[in-house]
Design a protein around this ligand. Structure first.
Ligand code: IMP
Ligand code: MG
Length: 199
């Protein structure tokens, strides 16, 4: 195959993904612009799944998605993770509008004995790390074998904790985003790609 026809074949689908994104979207009172394509998201999730699988393929880890935001990440993550595994969810909330509060509430708890299990928390995004610290506290009492944290997005400039994040998909600047499970006051979760708050 001539070199340039190969490039045409791979470039067209990549650009097509950006064309599918709207130039600007309005949610409630705010405007958002395209930031990360569906394809980049898929690539990042596949990368995390491969790294977790390399570490735990000979165990049966239990993946714990943090609701509401992580439902899309968990779904795609599970499709890429090919070895034996289980999944469960926990519901936490700390955000009001576009800012994190220090008060992290547990809204739906764990219903399962995790003694001796390898637990991998799956987050959509780690921002201040308050949710993560609340989760760590919660799992301290559970006598798990391994406690690991995986997140699709990470805002290093906003992160206030010492705890290391084991698996990070994409590092992003400290700016509010929506899409792929992430919301602005309830809306925007259904967007297949990520939009960023317009300046
Ligand atoms: P943290 O406790 O500050 O680390 O924030 C964790 C939670 O806040 C995430 O799981 C999200 O649900 C929400 N969050 C943080 N940053 C954003 C954002 O940029 N857009 C939408 N939700 C966010
Ligand atoms: Mg979340």
């Amino acid at each position: 195959m001539p070199k340039d026809s190969f490039f045409k074949r791979i470039e067209i689908p990549i650009f097509a993904h950006y064309y599918k994104m709207k130039i600007m979207i309005q949610i409630h009172d705010k405007q958002f612009v395209p930031f990360i394509s569906a394809q980049e998201i898929e690539f990042a999730i596949a990368k995390i799944a491969a790294l977790v699988e390399a570490d735990f393929a000979d165990e049966t880890p239990i993946f714990i998605g943090v609701l509401n935001g992580s439902f899309m990440v968990v779904s795609d993550f599970m499709k890429h993770y090919k070895s034996p595994s289980e999944v469960s969810f926990i519901k936490m909330a700390s955000y009001e509008g576009t800012t994190s509060t220090n008060d992290v509430k547990q809204l739906i708890g764990l219903d399962q004995d995790l003694t001796g299990r390898t637990v991998v928390i799956i987050e959509d995004i780690v921002d201040t790390g308050n949710t993560l610290m609340a989760l760590k506290e919660l799992f301290k009492k559970q006598n798990v074998k391994h406690f690991k944290i995986a997140t699709l997005f990470f805002k290093p400039e906003a992160y206030k904790q010492e705890v290391k994040i084991d698996y990070v998909g994409i590092r992003i600047p400290n700016k509010f985003i929506v899409g792929f499970g992430l919301d602005y006051d309830g809306l925007g979760r259904n967007l297949p790609e990520i939009y960023q708050l317009k300046d």
